[in-house]
Design a binder for this molecule. Sequence first.
Ligand code: HEC
Length: 150
Amino acid sequence: MSRRVVGTVVVILILTAVAGLQKPEGQRKSDDPVARGEYLVTHVAMCVQCHTPRNTRGELDRRRLLQGAPMPVRSPWPEQEWAFQAPSLAGLPGGWSEEQLIHFLQTGKDVNGRHARPPMPPFRMTREDAAAVAAYLRSLGGTTAFTRPG
Ligand code: HEC
């Protein structure tokens, strides 16, 4: 009897372990910070819309993904301070560590306590989201080697 109970428990344990290994694809992806970062950057916080240059048709130039772009619009309030260039983020912004970027995305301030000018949004991300964004941007490291035409 007790041997049968032990046998059943062992079978259940094995089945649970196997089920754990067969996580659905989507679930496994969201565990990956780089994939989550790509999702946030592309579809939620929309970093790509401002930090990627556009072609003559106004579409994002995927070959220069997140390599910095001019701001095509100016502030509706002429007195407001405003930035006309969004810097490159591919492989992290120039000279920034991953930890500095995480701090910036959580507080809206850089290491010197300065905030970025509008239209850069003052994000207040969770540490987890900020770390995912940083991991993704870092993964784009190689692309900064592109020479920017014009
Ligand atoms: C609406 C347009 C817009 C969006 C969306 C946007 N940015 Fe920016 N970002 C800018 C502009 C413009 C600047 C330049 C600000 C300046 O020079 O003061 C900037 C600056 C930055 C800087 C440099 C800040 C500094 O102090 O030097 C970082 C880092 C950055 N953005 C990261 C991001 C990330 C990551 C996202 C998405 C999570 C994002 N941005 C979304 C427009 C945008």
